[in-house]
Structures are given as structure tokens and as C-alpha cells.
Design a binder for this molecule. Structure first.
Ligand SMILES: Nc1nc2c(c(=O)[nH]1)N[C@H]1C(S)=C(S)[C@@H](COP(=O)(O)O)O[C@H]1N2
Ligand SMILES: [Mo]
Length: 317
């Protein structure tokens, strides 16, 4: 017998959409009135998106890294940088449980002919979901190999029709004081903002990411939607995005604002240029002992180096 599987199972399809949102509203209103405040059964009523299996995801054979070992999902979930939930690696896995990823909208605005507010569940249907195994390199000189799920950001960009003066793309991520204790710290100027030049944003490697390890993104890894830009340091990959703006001028990103001498807009992985605090010549792969040599553009030079032809990469860090 042929069983037709839906391409993607969305939380909003598990129950009917109005019921799904309606039920959340009911929970919100009821807790606002103090009716069910503090009742542990509350979480049992809500539809939990993180960890939900994504069906119909096709591995993209162009991005498989046969010579690399994929990191354990446990490494990925438990060793996190998500400063809104605390600067200690162990804090986001616990504190990001408070993140509510439904309902969620992502606003596309600025220099585009077709600005749009996407409901997160619409985004899953925008383009076929692919699994892509990428190297991921943090500026703190650790790295992982992760099977991400998503599609090229270019798929979304094409649909909103950027105008000729859209030279950069800015990513704005969630800043909600009610659930993010890290916002009380002044280590960064919130919200966490990142950006790419238009050609970088359109590059097929640049992944609008909805999942990893076959599942929806864990909250601590940037649910419900984040960027992954594999030839750049990890901090370029903003988590829990709420807005994508097309702009004429180079965005002022959170890390560049925090330390303009330590962080640059481009932040391409470059073993020849050290960070003020970390040598970039080597890195530690999570789960391995010892160090391995870091690769120019994190090993993606063949695909991306031409975008930087003629640029002094010691200057444009
Ligand atoms: N909103 C937001 N996005 C963020 C960060 C953050 O603190 N806040 N940290 C960045 C850094 S420094 C890294 S290395 C990666 C870590 O992603 P991972 O925890 O999923 O491996 O997320 C990046 N995206
Ligand atoms: Mo990082």
C-alpha cells in the first residue's frame, strides 16, 4: 500500500489552525486573569514545536562532507551561545525553554517591492526543505559539523523582489525582556543584529534554517528560524529572527558595536588573522581532543572566495 506522507508536519496542522492559536490565546488570557497561574498542567496543553520531526526533508547531495564526522546532537544542544539567555554555555539549554515559538511572525521590510509578514508556518512551505551538513566555526575557536534543515535564503529574497538600492540585508532577532534574562546585561546592545552584503545573502550556501538533526530547531539553537552562514564565524548566524530588512548602508551589527577593533562586518573564517582573544589558526572540534588546523573560509573557499576578490581580508575582518 502506498502511504502518502505530508512533506512537513507543522504544529498548526496537528490540530486545526484556529484551535491551535485559539487555545494558546485561551491559555494566555486565562493566565493573565490568574485562573491557571502556576499550574504545571499548563505546558501539557500547549503544542511544543521544538524537537518535532520534520518529515519529507531531502538530503542535498551537494552538501554532505563525506570526510567529516557529524557531531552528536547532544553536543549541538548543550554547548550554546545565545547571550539573550545568558553568557554561560549551559544557560541557554535551560533558560530558552521559556521561548514561545508559536505564533511567530517574521517581517520582511525595507528596500523591497513586496514587503511581507510571514507566519512561521508559511515559511516551511516557501521552498523544499533540505538537509545540509555544514562545518560550523565559532570565533572562540571551537567547531562542529551539523546537519541543518532549511533552504537557501535566496529563495525568500527572490520572492520579495529587492530594489536596486538594497545593498545589504539586516537580521533582527527577538529581544523579549520577559523571558530573556540576558537582556539585563550590557555585554551587547540589544536586539542582537547581524547583516550580510547582498551577494553573500544571495549565495546558495547561505541557509535560512528551520531545523537540525531532522527536527525543528531546539529553542536554545535559535528556534523557530535562524541563519547559518558556514564560511563565517558563528556569531554571523543570528538566532530567533523576527525581522529581515533590506538596506542601502552596511548594518551596524551587535558585535561590531560592542568591539569595533575585535569584530568586523565580514567575519569570514580566516586562520591568518587572529582575534584579539583567540588565535584563529587552529580550532577544537567538539567531541575531539587536541586541535585541528582551521581552514580559510572554513573550507568553503572554492564557493565563496570570488566574492572577496580584490578585498584586503586583513583589513576587512
Ligand atoms: N540572537 C543570537 N544569535 C546568536 C548568538 C546570540 O548570542 N544571540 N550567538 C552567536 C554565536 S557567538 C554562535 S557561535 C552561534 C551558536 O549557535 P549554536 O549554539 O546553535 O551552535 O549562534 C550565534 N547566534
Ligand atoms: Mo560564537
Amino acid at each position: 500500500m502506498l502511504i502518502r506522507r505530508p512533506d512537513v508536519i507543522l504544529p498548526s496542522e496537528i490540530t486545526d489552525a484556529s484551535l491551535f492559536h485559539g487555545r494558546r490565546d485561551w491559555i494566555r488570557n486565562a493566565s493573565a486573569m490568574g485562573l491557571i497561574a502556576g499550574l504545571p498542567v499548563l505546558s501539557a496543553c500547549s503544542v511544543e514545536a521544538q524537537g518535532m520531526k520534520l518529515a519529507g526533508v531531502k538530503p542535498n547531495p551537494q552538501y554532505v562532507l563525506p570526510d567529516e564526522k557529524i557531531n552528536k546532537a547532544e553536543d549541538f544542544k548543550n554547548y550554546c551561545n545565545f547571550y539573550e539567555f545568558g553568557t554561560d554555555k549551559s544557560e541557554p539549554p535551560v533558560l530558552a525553554k521559556a521561548l514561545k515559538t508559536r505564533p511567530w511572525t517574521i517581517t520582511i521590510e525595507g528596500e523591497v517591492n513586496k514587503p511581507k509578514v510571514f507566519d512561521i508556518d508559511e515559511l516551511y512551505k516557501l521552498a523544499p526543505l533540505e538537509e545540509r551538513v555544514y562545518r560550523f566555526r565559532c570565533v572562540e575557536a571551537w567547531s562542529m559539523v551539523v546537519p541543518w534543515v532549511g533552504f537557501s535564503l535566496a529563495e525568500l529574497i527572490k520572492r520579495v523582489e529587492p530594489r536596486g538600492n538594497a545593498k545589504y540585508v539586516e537580521f533582527v532577532t527577538l529581544a523579549d525582556k520577559a523571558i530573556m534574562p540576558g537582556l539585563r546585561s550590557s555585554v551587547l546592545d540589544w536586539p542582537y543584529v547581524e547583516g550580510l552584503r547582498m551577494d553573500e545573502a544571495m549565495h546558495p550556501l547561505t541557509l535560512l534554517t528551520l531545523g537540525a538533526y531532522g527536527e525543528m530547531l531546539p529553542n536554545q539553537n535559535g528556534a523557530p528560524v535562524r541563519m547559518v552562514v558556514p564560511w563565517k564565524y558563528g556569531f554571523k548566524s543570528g538566532k530567533s529572527i523576527v525581522k529581515i530588512r533590506f538596506v542601502e548602508k552596511e548594518p551596524r551589527t551587535a558585535w561590531v558595536k560592542s568591539g569595533p577593533s575585535e569584530y568586523g562586518f565580514y567575519s569570514n573564517v580566516n586562520p591568518n588573522v587572529d582575534h584579539a582573544r583567540w588565535s584563529q589558526a587552529t580550532e577544537r572540534r567538539l567531541g575531539e581532543f587536541g586541535k585541528r588546523r582551521s581552514l580559510m573560509f572554513n573550507g568553503y573557499g572554492e564557493q565563496v572566495a570570488s566574492m572577496y576578490a580584490g578585498m584586503d581580508l586583513k583589513k576587512f575582518i
